[in-house]
Ligand binder design. Structure first.
Ligand SMILES: Nc1ncnc2c1ncn2[C@@H]1O[C@H](COP(=O)(O)OP(=O)(O)OP(=O)(O)O)[C@@H](O)[C@H]1O
Length: 254
């Protein structure tokens, strides 16, 4: 019965929900509150961007939401699963099976081919590798014909697309991106953002992305604005101009 209600919940609502989440780094006089009582739901099948001035808590938010970092208080739920009650071992398995992560620095294994980089999470999990699915994912990210190449033989944009394929291969409930276009030139960044947008529109993927770039944020369905560890604003159907205005009001470019 519990499985049934999980599935009903899974069909709608929030892929990830934070409830009264605070995160404090360090102790005593050196303590830094990176998140302060954050309550928010990240809608399933949507693309959410997270913005805010430097040091506002964006990376901390992403890491807490993805189970990469522990919260100090409050709850984080992935679907119906409370991450804050899990031990390290179960969290590691959960991240591997249910979460995808894309970083600014791609984080590919240089000695492995594109195909082996993409299938690495499956092999680590001891899961069966469906060759047809791997082919399909490589085609989706525009890297058919590159499966045998190594990362060093690819452009930055292509390497990030390998990282996206690797993040998608286990069919994660949420794909998190921490400045995924931060190391790319404008044109290449657009290609990567278009790819992320298509995974939402065509696959129903949930995507949550931290960015500094108002144009990147404009690819999302909604933007959350953080300042000093709190969510201070949201914007639906954002344009780059609107996002830049809000960031200016937050003093982000000062
Ligand atoms: N490991 C840590 N130890 C101590 N303080 C930390 C740690 N990580 C982050 N902080 C502090 O927490 C606050 C939020 O940091 P966070 O990296 O989440 O911000 P951000 O919005 O992602 O910043 P940026 O845009 O500059 O990357 C900052 O004041 C930062 O100095």
């Amino acid at each position: 019965m519990e499985g049934m209600s999980d599935r009903v919940r899974a069909a709608t609502g929030h892929a990830v929900a934070l409830d009264g989440v605070s995160k404090v780094y360090g102790k005593g006089r050196r303590a830094v509150a990176a998140l302060r009582d954050v309550t928010v739901g990240l809608p399933r099948g949507r693309f959410t961007a997270v913005m805010g001035p430097s040091g506002s808590g964006k990376s901390t938010f992403l890491h807490c939401a993805a189970g990469l970092d522990r919260v100090s208080s409050g709850k984080v739920r992935l679907g119906a699963t409370d991450l804050t009650r899990m031990d390290e071992k179960r969290l590691t398995i959960l991240r591997r099976e249910r979460i995808g992560f894309v970083f600014q620095a791609f984080n590919l294994v240089p000695s492995l081919t594109v195909r082996d980089n993409v299938t690495l999470p499956l092999r680590l999990a001891g899961a069966r590798i469906d060759r047809e699915r791997v082919r399909e994912i490589l085609a989706r990210v525009g890297l058919e014909g590159r499966a045998g190449h190594r990362p060093g033989e690819l452009s930055g944009g292509q390497q990030q697309r390998v990282a996206i394929a690797r993040a998608l291969v286990a069919d994660p409930e949420v794909l998190f991106g921490d400045e995924p276009t931060g190391a790319l030139d404008t044109m290449t960044a657009r290609e990567v953002l278009t790819l992320l947008r298509r995974t939402v529109d065509e696959l129903g993927q949930t995507v949550v992305m931290v960015t500094h770039d108002p144009v990147a944020a404009s690819y999302a369905d909604a933007v959350l604005f953080l300042a000093d560890g709190r969510i201070v604003d949201t914007l639906a159907a954002p344009t780059a101009g609107q996002v830049a205005d809000r960031m200016t009001k937050l003093g982000a470019w000062a």
